[in-house]
Design a binder for this molecule. Structure first.
Ligand code: HEC
Length: 189
């Protein structure tokens, strides 16, 4: 069993390495159906990031930022993500090394992808393919200026965030920095 897991890990690592090289892409090993699923998932995640950026950009800086503001900006993205994953039968999560909600703490197997995104600013996605053909897609989430209302300087965070998340790590970001990633697990069938 342990050996078997080791074997799987090796394969996964090889696929990750391959995806770093501009010539050998991990996606070339996918069949057309898997490729289509992956493309659709990437498009959906881009749409959700765009949605969050648009909603955050519509915040009026003159108004106090409250739970209500959150309910209209970052929260709808989490909800739309869940609804979409349910409709597709995929597992999804948002992860970040600097997480606000501990449900978004990265698992051990997700750390490499976050590190790779942090190192390579222009890297948008990482795909891992397991032996059984199931796919794990990581897609980067960037910080834009409007995120700083709630993910900026520690002391300037809205009061509701300080009260609700005493162990918050999701502050001190700057525009253009990696904020985190979406992780989607696409089963074989
Ligand atoms: C109005 C405040 C607000 C704004 C603006 C905001 N967020 Fe958030 N964000 C939050 C809160 C609160 C959470 C924790 C949600 C929870 O409990 O699941 C969060 C969580 C997240 C998470 C999940 C990881 C974690 O830290 O728990 C990501 C990713 C994220 N935000 C990205 C962004 C990005 C990117 C932007 C800008 C486009 C943004 N947020 C703008 C309030 C905000």
């Amino acid at each position: 069993m342990v050996l078997c897991r080791l074997g799987l890990r090796l394969v996964v690592n090889i696929v990750i390495l391959a995806s770093f090289s501009p010539v050998a892409s991990a996606q070339s090993e996918l069949n057309p159906l898997q490729k289509a699923k992956l493309d659709k998932a990437m498009a959906k995640l881009s749409e959700l990031s765009q949605m969050r950026e648009n909603l955050a950009a519509s915040i009026d800086p003159k108004q106090e930022i409250t739970q209500q503001t959150f309910a209209q900006t970052c929260m709808p993205v989490g909800k739309a993500l869940k609804a979409w994953s349910k409709s597709q039968g995929y597992q999804v999560k948002q992860i970040s090394e600097k997480y606000r909600n501990s449900a978004h703490k990265p698992a051990a197997q997700d750390i490499d992808a976050l590190k790779a995104f942090a190192k390579q600013q222009d890297k948008r996605t990482i795909t891992k393919i397991a032996n059984d053909g199931s796919i794990t897609l990581y897609q980067r989430i960037n910080t834009v200026t409007s995120c700083l209302h709630c993910h900026g300087e520690k002391d300037k965070r809205p009061q509701f965030i300080k009260d609700t998340y005493p162990h918050d790590k999701a502050f001190g970001f700057e525009p253009g920095q990696l904020r985190g990633a979406f992780v989607v697990s696409i089963p074989t069938r």
